[in-house]
Design a protein around this ligand. Structure first.
Ligand code: GCV
Length: 718
């Protein structure tokens, strides 16, 4: 019996005897390269891939060819592909290596792509199928190889390929909020994957697999450490370790960036000040930057959180964000490095609505930042809530590139136990219309630079990765890392396409699995909004760790850290009036958007309580009064989780036992917690509405006092 038949025989026997017995701990992420069971399709692939040739011998070419061989051997059960050089059926070569004939044939396609783009094209040569994967660079060609593998993983035909793709955003980074002691701020998947103590000499296989996963979706940068930064990362002791990681990531097209603690010149440089206009400080950063580039010639640059939540910054010296960012930008400019300067600022000394503060502070600086500065803006004006209207800064700084900051880790969305498919949230934000240049000025266009013609473009995702065996704590949340990467490559992809690809590559191509689970993923974001913060409620999570509900919290030192600041429930109603009669935050949007949000009749109900203080008796579009509407939404959220659970339970035949059980247990937790959210929030708001729960809403299991008494002293990520 040859190997292949034996393998299939064993597989079938084992499945027959005891269901899906193979355990799969999820470590391989979406790079599972499952064997193609469909023999017809497998034959099609084999016929088209009889011989394979990779031109060039850079490290990138080596990793791409290794990945292709791994993928093909797993998916097709074949290891020995012939190499007929240029006559091979599959040729992978970047432009510089293409032979004369292919270069001529691919001329116009190559003109269309940028340095990281790729072309996948099939020709018929003497009646035989020939496929070429090429790019302007080896990195582009590598992206083409990953795309090709994705086609096979998702069981698509490779007979007539004509794919021309370039990433639409230049800087596509993950932000790790990882500390040097390996704790991860807002991390729910174990400790940091960076084993600083063992670096630089010990290179964990994880670093390589992390790079493969990122490259497979086009992520091209990693900010290794927390924005609440520790200056020690900039000392030679740590820079050696950073260099080791940069060396691992380089072949995969991934650059390393670091967060720069603004007070580093004092803390590790023995200076008396960190004033950005002080000549010793300027010199210190210049030297430090030079030192980094000597070790890491392709270092990406700095990410800075300044004068925000207690972090030091230029304002400590009477200077402003422009002074701070430009000083670092000058130090980096010679080396083509960039500064990602965060706009996440709000102050307890500013009595205006927190939602207005970043815009008020940054928009007046438009046009004043150096060319290699990009301002990093969270998707919404408060803080990564289950749903927020888009940040009013998008569209509002035509002379300054803005990069999007999404949070992949679920600080406010159930952390790692709740299955929430975030590409749905990301897609919603990217498609919001800012109207700054008329209808169609969607957020994605500000991010990809097409709205204002920005040269420097970027997107950041706060990582949900830790050292848990499955990387993200819950295998379903691997989809959010994947989906972020895919949207960073192309912010116009739909969440449905992304869910489809991810499910097929991670689990199975069986329609009976893909269709229902896709629906479950696509509904999961609305579910979390419903059971946590329906109709525009926001930031009513418990204190500090943000785990679970805490709408009653009112005793924190900073007013804007208290949930009561955001919901403003009283006997008249609930919600934050951000219209002209209130904080007038709506005025920060373009007039069309301000008008829509500002009028209770036209404000989408998803944002109702974000922008309006609404009476408990206000009639919603479906005819229910607000109180009933809120209660029914909370109930709907619980029902949605029940239905997610039902869907998953039917998936047992298609999923290995280990991942099946894991997801099942997490859905149980999610259901329990959805009820907890519903019951505690409704009991709390009921004190003000003084109304009965409407028919159809379950009675709370405990009293409000009980929910208020719950404490979680060691909740993770805090
Ligand atoms: C890294 C929120 C989080 C903080 C985080 C901060 C930020 O406030 O709770 O943990 O700090 O955002 O984005 O800087």
């Amino acid at each position: 019996m040859n190997r292949l038949i034996l393998r299939q025989f064993l597989l079938l026997t084992l499945c027959f005897v005891s269901g899906n017995v193979f355990s799969n701990n999820g470590y391989k992420l979406w790079l599972q390269y499952n064997f193609v069971e469909d023999s017809k399709l497998r034959e099609e692939y084999k016929v088209g891939l009889n011989s394979i040739f990779f031109a060039g011998n850079s490290e990138t070419v080596k990793v791409a060819s290794k990945e292709l061989m791994l993928g093909l051997s797993e998916m097709l059960g074949e290891e020995n592909f012939k190499n007929n050089k240029w006559n091979s059926q599959l040729v992978c070569a970047s432009e510089a290596f293409l032979n004369h004939e292919l270069k001529k044939l691919l001329k116009s396609e190559l003109e269309e792509i940028n340095d990281e783009g790729f072309v996948l094209k099939t020709f018929m040569v003497h009646g035989k199928q020939k496929t070429v994967i090429t790019g302007k660079t080896d990195i582009g060609t590598m992206y083409g190889v990953y795309h090709f593998l994705r086609l096979l993983q998702t069981h698509q035909s490779i007979k007539q390929l004509n794919v021309i793709e370039s990433p639409k955003i230049k800087v596509r980074v993950l932000n790790h909020w990882d500390n040097l002691d390996r704790t991860v701020e807002r991390g729910y998947a174990g400790f940091s994957i960076w084993d600083w103590h063992r670096l630089p000499d010990y290179i964990d296989q994880r670093y390589i697999d992390y790079a493969r996963a990122n490259a497979s979706v086009g992520i091209n940068g990693v900010v290794l450490n927390n924005v609440n930064a520790n200056a020690l990362i900039l000392t030679p002791f740590y820079l050696e370790k950073v260099k080791a990681l940069a060396d691992v990531f380089r072949p995969y097209g991934i650059k390393v960036y670091l967060t720069a603690r603004f007070s580093a010149p004092i803390e590790i440089g023995d200076l008396k000040t960190a004033d950005p206009l002080d000549k010793n400080v300027i010199q210190w950063w210049n030297k430090k930057t030079e030192e980094i580039y000597k070790m890491i010639p392709d270092f990406g640059g700095y990410l800075v959180k300044a004068n925000s939540e207690g972090q030091p910054g230029p304002q400590n010296y009477g200077r402003n964000h422009v002074d701070g960012a430009n000083m670092l930008a000058d130090a980096l400019a010679t080396f083509k490095g960039i500064v990602m300067w965060r706009a996440f600022v709000y102050s307890e000394h500013d009595v205006t609505d927190r939602a207005k503060q970043a815009y008020s502070e940054f928009v007046p600086y438009d046009g004043q930042f150096k060319k290699n500065v990009v301002v990093q803006v969270k998707n919404g004006a408060i803080d990564f809530q289950p749903r927020e209207p888009f940040h009013p800064m998008f569209g509002a700084m035509p002379k300054t590139p803005l990069m999007m900051e999404f949070q992949i880790t679920q600080e406010y969305l159930g952390q790692s136990t709740h299955t929430v498919f975030l590409p749905k949230l990301f897609e919603e934000v990217l498609h919001e219309d800012t109207y700054v240049n008329g209808k169609g000025s969607i957020v994605a266009k500000d991010v990809d630079g097409s709205l204002h013609g920005d040269k420097l473009t970027g997107i950041a995702g706060v990582s949900n990765i830790g050292n848990d065996i499955n990387w993200t704590g819950n295998v379903m949340l691997q989809a959010n890392w994947y989906g972020y990467g895919r949207l960073a490559w192309n912010p116009y992809l739909s969440s449905g396409e992304i869910a489809d690809e991810w499910l097929r590559s991670t689990f199975s191509n069986d329609k009976k699995f893909v269709e229902p689970v896709k629906e479950m993923l696509l509904d999961s974001r609305e579910a979390v909004v419903n059971y946590m913060t329906p109709l525009g409620l926001h930031h009513i999570m418990a204190t500090g760790h943000h785990y679970g509900p805490g709408p009653w919290v009112s005793n924190l030192s900073r007013p804007e850290w208290n949930p009561v600041y955001y919901h403003k429930a009283d006997e008249n109603g609930v919600g934050f009036d951000r219209t002209k009669t209130g904080s007038n935050a709506v005025a920060q949007y373009a007039p069309e958007v301000a008008k829509m949000y500002g009028d209770i009749k036209t404000c989408p109900e998803e944002y109702l309580l974000w922008f309006h203080h609404v009476s408990w008796d206000y009639k919603l579009k479906d005819g229910n009064v607000l109180w009933d509407g809120i209660a029914l939404k909370y109930q709907e959220g619980v029902e949605e989780v029940k239905s997610m659970k039902k869907t998953w339970q039917k998936m047992k035949p298609y999923v290995d036992d280990e991942r099946f059980k894991e997801v099942n247990m997490f859905l149980d937790i999610q259901l329990k917690e959805a009820k907890w959210w519903r019951d505690s929030c409704l009991l709390y708001f009921q004190q003000y509405s003084k109304k009965e729960l409407p028919v159809g809403v379950d009675k709370p299991e405990h009293t409000l006092e009980y929910y208020k008494s719950l404490k979680f002293p060691f909740a993770p990520g805090n």
